[in-house]
Design a protein around this ligand. Sequence first.
Ligand code: FES
Length: 441
Amino acid sequence: MAMEHLLPVVGFALIAAAFLQFGLWTGRGLRLRRLDKQRFEIDLAKLRAELHAITHQPTHASEPVCDSGSLHATDEQPAQLTASGTWKGFRPFIVTRMVRETSHCTSIYLTPTDGKGLADFRPGQHIALRVRLPGFDKPLVRCYSLSDTPKPESYRITVKRLPHPNQGSAHAGGVVSNYLHQDLQVGDALDVKAPRGSFVLQESRSPAILLAGGIGITPLLSMFNSIAESENGRDCLMIYGVRNGQDHAFHQHLENLSQKHANLHVINCFSSPSPEDQMGVDYQSKGFVTIDMLKQGLRGKDYEFYLCGPPSFMQVLYKDLKNWGISDSQIHYESFGTASLCRQPMPSVVAQDSTPSVEIRLSSSDRQATFDCAAESNLLEWIEEQGIDIESGCRTGNCGTCQIPLLAGRVVYTDTEQIECDPGFCLPCVAKPAEAIEIGV
Ligand code: FES
């Protein structure tokens, strides 16, 4: 039989074998070849000494740690820590370690400079980073998922380098990820918001099916690690869609965990395997992650599904899961966009507003103007069109930077599931007025 005819047959057999192992809770995952990944890790003995010096000189804590001319940690007000270790606003952190996972994917470890410990977080949550870059008059804010379980000394994020943007807009995708890959070094300072986000691993005994696409693996990796560490025996299957072995940032790590824990399983789907990638060794399926794989492999439908990947990956799988009869309460999702983490609202959860236009009162400037609900995308852009400059970051409802007082009236959100906002405030980047409102700008 010709090789091109043989491969799909072999692929099907490998997937079936993986699902069989998953279903029976027996045996170990398929043996994956140890990747010769080129990794670099930085010894931080010197840095720790510097960090110690910084954390014991509070009067210097808000000064730039790295005076490269490109980045300064300048939180105007020192972040106030609560009893649980969380904080409001941005808090100065320092980069304590960087690990090159693939040619375009780097893990960054961040430690607070005040030496006061870290807030706990739930697997799946993210943090917002604030950086000041040359050529931008305002700081840039981006959100990144935490890619490991909570550790006492640092947070870890894993950032994919996006193509360099053609334009220098503060909101263009790639501006910050290119900076993080090109210029950021161990010892540099960044401002960090406390972990947040509602895309979290649910307390459940139902098996967790983690469906990851590309860099969307990061929050799911935190969940996978968390199940491994808990040793509660919860069954978990990670199905990872990625281009090929060179782009697979955590191949060896996932293999190690699935070899060590009988309840953890991994299926790698390579859409474009390179000549070095071996079917049955590096990957179990050629092509994309599809609902047919799940239908063929899963028994029944008593699972919790977690999705994270590019918008097309998310939308297709979400729709197919729903059509298969999986309820909304069993599907949890997070999606990545040009800012590395931006939720794409699912069509079924987009809030509809029927109000054609409403009046908005701007309390600080004592003005009133009309918001055209059909023409305007969101409240933040409308506020900017009024000539009012408010701080913003992700512009996708994730970072909380644009939060403003909502003094009267009601707003609707484009994504009703994932808004985290203080009482009496709103997030204008993903909000529209539902009626006449008054806002504190
Ligand atoms: S800018 Fe991030 S929540 Fe609005």
